[in-house]
Design a protein around this ligand. Structure first.
Ligand SMILES: *Cc1c(COP(=O)(O)O)cnc(C)c1O
Length: 367
């Protein structure tokens, strides 16, 4: 197979072990003689995988009992309207740190008043706004902890005067999270915990079913109401309808790798910091490049940089140079330009070393 270092922003690199065991399960699931893509989701073997996947989430993030863990379809983008549908009575507050955050706020406006407390749009979302005030009469405050496109991240669990909701699509499981600080955490799996096709929702049960004042979408359509998918909690499975079976299986294998091979989220965080520091150090050292995100807000997942002033004309040349050396997915998002390398959990340090070496060689070539 062709040598490739996968720096794609999502869907992204997955652990080799997870891919291998999935291939085996596709041929023969749980020794049933039937493949993963063909089994009934009501078979005991599958119910066990569902239960184990939830338990892996609980173990890895220390999720307390009062939270439900749901595996849904539709991507994080579907949560942009499902969150306000379930939680917005009158008013919600949003922190606008990127295009995903802006899209989330846009959907919330369908349901009530949206107070955008701060935005970093003025500087192409290259920093995380600070010093804003969250209105205490908001039903919840929505944040995007990692801004995949711009490489900025809120790297701590904030104290919030109202219910805190977080889109953690692109940094979930990259660091320990104090789940109790949030009423809800959600995201698409395809950035750090699995393939596209499954969305995780961690939600505190007591905040659900509280929509009283709102006229729009009230009562909720069955599939939109989180409680529908939490109904079978007693069995530790939630399958109101057919879940995205194959995607959940890959998530199960990915989390098993994180727990058993890596040793958990704290260990993962250490490894991620090491990978990230290595690349930022090179971006800062190399005379050909400059980073685009404010240093104090730099993401440990997505690393963005552009050609240094005066070197802009070499952009295409570096892209070709890197491609030739096996670098995949380092083109920056069109709104930022330049380059972006996503170093998600399953990205090995060897890939980062190869990229750093490639940047160093390119600099030597042009000195
Ligand atoms: C990728 C991404 C999304 C969109 O996820 P989909 O599953 O494609 O809908 C939302 N938020 C963030 C932070 C993302 O990185």
């Amino acid at each position: 197979m062709k040598k490739a270092y996968n720096f794609n922003a999502g869907p992204c690199v997955l652990p080799k072990e997870a891919i291998e065991s999935t291939i085996e399960a596709i041929r023969n699931f749980d020794n049933t003689g039937i493949g993963l893509l063909e089994i009934s989701h009501r078979t005991p073997g599958w119910e066990r995988i569902m239960a184990e996947t939830r338990q892996l989430w609980r173990d890895l993030l220390n999720i307390p009992e009062e939270y439900e863990i749901l595996f849904l379809g539709g991507g994080a983008s579907t949560q942009f309207f499902t969150v306000p549908a379930n939680l917005l009575n009158k008013k919600a507050a949003y922190l606008q740190t990127g295009v995903w955050a802006k899209k989330a706020a846009k959907e919330a406006k369908l349901f009530g008043t949206v107070d955008v407390v701060a935005s970093s749009e003025d500087k192409t979302y290259s920093y995380i706004p600070k010093g804003y005030t969250v209105p205490t009469d908001a039903d919840y405050f929505h944040i995007t902890t990692n801004n995949t496109i711009y490489g900025t991240e809120i790297k701590y669990d904030m104290d919030c005067p109202v219910n805190l909701v977080a889109d953690m699509s692109s940094d979930i499981m990259s660091r320990p999270v104090d789940v109790k600080k949030y009423v809800m955490i959600y995201g698409g799996a395809q950035k750090n915990v699995g393939p596209a096709g499954v969305t995780f929702v961690i939600v505190r049960k007591d905040i659900l079913g509280k929509i009283t004042d709102r006229a729009y979408m009230n009562p909720l359509p069955t599939m939109v109401d989180y409680r529908t998918h939490a109904a079978e909690e007693a069995k530790n499975i939630s399958m109101f309808n057919t879940p995205p079976v194959s995607a959940i299986f890959v998530m199960h294998e990915t989390l098993k790798w994180l727990k058993e091979t890596i040793g958990g989220v704290e260990k993962m965080h250490e490894l991620n910091k090491k990978k990230s520091d290595l690349l930022y150090a090179e971006i800062d050292r190399n005379s050909m490049f400059v980073g685009t995100a404010a240093k104090e807000d730099r993401s440990i997942m997505n690393h963005c940089w552009v050609m240094a002033p005066g070197k802009e004309a070499l952009q295409d040349e570096f892209m070709a140079f890197a491609k030739e050396r096996g670098m995949v997915g380092i083109k920056g998002h069109r709104s930022v330009g330049g380059f972006r390398a996503s170093l998600y959990n399953a990205c090995p340090i060897e890939a980062v070393e190869a990229l750093v070496e490639c940047m160093q060689e390119f600099e030597k070539l042009h000195k």
